[in-house]
Design a protein around this ligand. Structure first.
Ligand code: NAG
Ligand code: NAG
Ligand code: NAG
Ligand code: NAG
Ligand code: NAG
Ligand code: NAG
Length: 594
């Protein structure tokens, strides 16, 4: 009974919510005895601590927008577009209202946004902020601490949460083919025309972060909201630009620090059709966004996960060269023309490949090959100033080597490492042989040419499985961070996304969805191993951002739930509900930041 008594006592103390410690087992023989039985209250109402003040930065990170806009090319048109499809009648030029409506002529979505104006935030009810029962299954505390300036919070992306795809002048993006009834590509998957209706509910979403006490929010801008036609020289949609200005100001007003991503997969369709000119189009877009917002944004991400973007926003691997150049040019312009003092990064996807059998050279080589092709292609030039990895250059039709000029342009244009290490996986050579695969672009394993699995050589799964690919496998977190730190030697590492989607979570009752113990264990295990990486392995980890703000459209599916909040998409008001993991996640940082 010792541990249960401990729980009872601590459960009734206001400050002890997260402090449960289990008494050490004793060896004395039990001595049964009777006493009078009484009930004890185990539950106590402890409340989240909200953010207390708005944020203002002593020194802006860039010149005031009124001044910065003088850096823009001359002759930019600022306009608005109507989503009324009947406004097609007249030929009004390349970028007129008719041309705007024509952008959408081949799209039809099954869902329709239920409202079309911004909803004001209402205070979050106290009843929503009561913490869940104290956690009995806590990951043991190491006593290690995170640095006081650790960046921690939650992340999202525009297309996955906004909805309102065709409203207020937004143009089509490459992701809008998902669920498009007029396309053969993916009509059976869920469109994002409603999603979480965040485009009109953002004030409430920010109010909810602040009420729970989350200090950083990482989100992305929709390029095609700001530039419906996407390309360099095309008009700015003022409604889109003003929207993000208000989103950033709303964050600051509530005390939440914004981290802004310029492109999270939803590239304008016209830009995808012209990828050789990506640097030109991206710089034009970035200048418009940065001259308007950069005074209030301390951290920028140019591209989200471009290293797995072939097939969605990119057409072929060689397009990654254009991504690197586009990123580099924006970095250089921000630092040396806008004189921005914030920090800029590009964020990669990587689930560490671990050799299935570390004793076998071929397995170690397979793991290295996978990492080289996933990360080396982008990080060799950016972080090391070196050419693409040999594994990439010797794989058929993969990468054309960078010229010396390109390498100079890219080298060092990044302030810290940022990536999304959800899980790990085992690598071994493919049965057909690495070389045969690398020479054959039709091989299903091309270009990595590595067999991946989550089953250990001895037959056990590496950890608790999720609904899709993530595993609860914190035992690999230190190697994941150590690989990056020691291979690319960045100044610091931001874990820009990490998360877990429990098996069939969407099929559970609301009460059961809220009690998401596995997600809590995922975050606690991951962060505990991160602490060891910092203190025992000497790795500089600067922050961690959970994926995701709320359950959302995971590229065609609402059933893949990574949210730290649920969203009710059928009650007409899109009620959000905090899950237990959100409070446990916050608690971890409250306990571990010095
Ligand atoms: C719509 O599809 C038609 C038929 O494929 C094509 O001719 C037209 O260019 C498309 N419109 C746009 C804006 O892409
Ligand atoms: C950026 O700094 C340079 C060099 O100090 C200066 O000439 C330029 O005017 C600055 N640009 C802006 C937009 O403040
Ligand atoms: C990359 O930048 C570093 C630091 O400025 C420099 O030492 C190195 O020579 C550069 N490499 C190339 C290939 O430009
Ligand atoms: C290339 O891979 C495809 C798909 O596995 C296979 O059908 C074909 O025979 C391979 N070609 C060669 C030359 O091995
Ligand atoms: C889970 O819910 C989805 C959507 O309602 C349904 O299609 C599916 O059959 C359910 N799966 C199970 C195993 O209940
Ligand atoms: C969503 O809201 C509807 C209408 O209020 C309700 O019937 C349903 O149970 C809710 N779903 C969940 C999962 O809470």
């Amino acid at each position: 009974m010792a541990s249960l008594i401990n729980l009872l006592v601590i459960g009734s103390m206001a400050l002890g919510w997260s402090e449960i410690t289990l008494a050490s087992p004793h060896n004395a023989s039990p001595r049964p005895s009777y006493s009078s039985f009484t009930y004890t209250q185990v539950t106590s109402n402890v409340y989240a601590t909200p953010l207390s003040t708005s944020v203002s930065f002593a020194t802006p990170f860039a010149p005031d927008p009124t001044q910065a806009t003088s850096l823009l090319p001359s002759g930019i048109t600022y306009t608005t577009y109507s989503s009324d499809p009947s406004a097609t009648a007249t030929a009004d030029g390349q970028y007129g209202q008719s041309a705007y409506v024509a952008l959408w002529e081949n799209y039809s979505f099954a869902s329709t946004p239920p409202f079309t104006t911004t909803v004001s935030a209402t205070p979050v009810a106290t009843s929503e902020l009561v913490l869940p029962p104290a956690l009995y299954n806590s990951v043991p505390d190491t006593g290690l601490k995170l640095p006081s300036d650790f960046i921690w919070g939650i992340s999202s992306s525009s297309w996955q949460i906004e909805g309102a795809l065709q409203l207020e002048g937004r143009g089509p993006s490459v992701l809008d083919s998902i669920g498009n009834q007029l396309s053969t590509e993916a009509p059976d998957r869920s469109d994002a025309n409603v999603a979480n209706m965040h485009y009109f509910l953002y004030e409430q979403d920010i109010a909810r972060l602040a009420a729970a006490g989350i200090p950083y929010y990482s989100f992305s801008l929709s390029w095609s909201r700001i530039l419906p036609f996407g390309v360099a020289g095309s008009p700015v949609n003022t409604q889109g630009l003003d929207h993000y200005d208000d989103l950033i100001n709303t964050c600051l007003r509530y005390g939440v620090i914004p981290i802004v991503t310029l492109l999270h997969v939803d590239m304008p369709t016209a830009v995808q059709a012209d990828l050789d000119a990506l640097p030109e189009h991206f710089l034009y877009y970035a200048k418009i966004a940065m001259t308007r917002f950069a005074d209030r944004v301390p951290y920028w991400v140019t591209f989200n996960e471009p290293n797995i973007g072939v097939g969605t926003m990119l057409q072929k691997y060689d397009d990654l060269t254009q991504v690197l150049l586009a990123h580099a040019d924006v970095y250089t312009w921000y630092k040396h023309t806008l004189n921005g003092t914030g920090q800029i990064t590009v964020k990669f996807a990587n689930n560490l490949a671990v050799p299935l059998d570390v004793q076998k050279n071929t397995h170690v080589a397979a793991a290295h090959r996978y990492q080289d092709i996933l990360l080396g292609i982008m990080s060799n030039p950016l972080f090391l100033g070196t050419q693409y990895p040999d594994a990439a250059l010797t794989t058929a039709n993969l990468m054309t080597p960078l010229t010396d000029d390109q390498l100079k342009r890219i080298n060092g244009t990044v302030d810290f490492w940022s990536f999304d290490p959800y899980t790990a996986q085992y690598a071994s050579p493919p049965p057909q042989g690495t070389e045969a695969c690398a020479a054959n672009t039709s091989d299903p394993l091309w270009p990595t040419c590595v067999t991946l699995s989550n089953i250990q050589a001895n037959g056990w799964l590496m950890g608790q499985a999720s609904n899709a690919y993530a595993y609860l496998a914190p035992q690999y977190v230190r190697q994941q961070l150590g690989y990056i730190w020691n291979t690319f030697r960045p100044p610091g590492i931001l874990i820009a996304e990490f998360g877990f989607n429990p098996f069939l979570e969407a099929n559970r009752t609301l009460d059961a969805q809220r009690y998401d113990l596995e997600r809590t264990l995922y975050y606690q295990g991951f962060l505990t191993e991160t602490l060891k990486s910092i203190h025992e392995d000497g790795v500089r980890v600067i922050g961690a951002l959970a994926w995701s703000l709320a359950d959302n459209n995971e590229f065609g599916s609402y059933a893949e739930q990574y949210g730290l909040q649920t969203v009710n998409r059928t009650d007409g008001i899109f009620t959000r509900t905090y899950k237990r993991s959100l409070f446990d996640y916050i608690d971890f940082f409250r306990r571990h930041i010095t």
